[in-house]
Design a protein around this ligand. Structure first.
Ligand SMILES: [Zn+2]
Length: 209
């Protein structure tokens, strides 16, 4: 996939981006992440499945979605998961000024703080971050990328293929990206449970970043 080639380039120019989460201890850990929520019904679906598999995860929320679904955002925290910053309006770092982008980061951070918690880190929408913003934001926060992006937002992707490539890519410390959005739901609802099941059967535990 093109995005995987791009990630090699990014790793060279942006060395502090976190692609794989190294951790202490001997447990085998998978980090599930859900971007673009909270979204009514879809986030609830995800939360129920996570509970069934005693899995914890990280939700990189869009600030305006937290504002319009505050109870859902609180439920994420109540169930032991963590929230990360995905900008206020899901802006593309290549399309706005650096100041505007930084304000988007701060506004989302503020909305997360209003929930009574700190964000666990930042994930740039579209996986794009300018060199300038990268240098500015790494002083403030951890920037989490991924080891595996499910492509659940693209209806042309086949659930079975996604599940198979997820299984092949999963290692200790893997960060997997899904989306708790309406757009992704039809695929997400076919891939999430098989991936959780695979992780559990192979003695992985699912933790927050
Ligand atoms: Zn996103």
């Amino acid at each position: 996939m093109l995005i995987n080639k791009l990630s090699k380039v990014l790793k060279f120019f942006f060395p502090k981006l976190i692609w794989k989460n190294n951790h202490l201890g001997s447990e085998k850990i998978i980090y599930l992440t859900f971007d673009d929520g909270p979204t009514p019904e879809v986030t609830q679906y995800v939360l129920e499945l996570l509970k069934k598999y005693k899995a914890q995860a990280t939700f990189f929320c869009i600030g305006k979605n937290i504002e319009s679904n505050q109870n859902l955002a609180k439920l994420i925290l109540l169930e032991g998961h963590k929230i990360g910053n995905h900008t206020m309006n899901h802006v593309n770092s290549w399309h706005v000024s650096s100041q505007e982008y930084f304000n988007e980061y701060l506004a989302c951070e503020n909305v997360i703080n209003m929930l009574g918690t700190n964000s666990v880190g930042f994930r740039p929408p579209y996986g794009r971050i300018s060199y300038f913003m990268y240098h500015k934001l790494v002083d403030y926060t951890n920037i989490f990328m991924w080891t595996f992006i499910s492509g659940d937002y693209n209806k042309n992707n086949k659930p079975d293929q996604i599940i198979n490539s997820a299984k092949k890519s999963i290692r200790d410390g893997s960060i997997l990206v899904f989306h708790d959005s309406h757009k992704a739901y039809s695929i997400l609802s076919n891939i999430l449970e098989p991936i959780l099941k695979y992780g559990a059967q192979n003695n992985f535990i699912f933790k927050t970043l």
